[in-house]
Design a protein around this ligand. Sequence first.
Ligand code: SF4
Length: 177
Amino acid sequence: MDRQWLEERLAAFPLYAYAFIDTSELVFADRVRYICEHECPMYDTTWACPPAVGSVAACREKVLSYPEGLMIATITEVSDIANISETLSTRADHERITREILGIVRERAADTLTLSTEACAHCEKCAYPDAPCRHPDRMFPCVESHGILVTDLAEKHGIDFLAGSNLVTWFSLILYR
Ligand code: SF4
């Protein structure tokens, strides 16, 4: 990937931060999956979430088959970060930006894997588990679903995860080869 070319294209987006990463620096942790399983209401409800995405070991193998990638982060101020519906309403813009940047990456990469935020919300009702995913090309599992410790990655690249009390930070990973 021509990073300079990509950086010039990224300048058009309202990103809080971005970083080029090597997948070898990712930390995979079963405790991240434990949180999915025990604290997330989306667990076992979509193709984008565990257990449908496979074991952490299988996710790790898939992710590591891509040598490098781009991490992007957006940030949005809300009036009250404890207001879940207001906080989640900021997600659509981040997903749109992720999709647009993925389109740019695909101009130069033969194969990509995108991990993004929370569970997939493309369909009013997910086809899981009775039928295959309707939009596998647009469905981005969340980063955490793959057991990736996002806080560790952000810290490694000097990105302040908790940038402010009423600031919502979203992360995506666009891996390519
Ligand atoms: S695209 Fe639709 S079917 Fe596929 S994971 Fe998302 S909500 Fe489910």
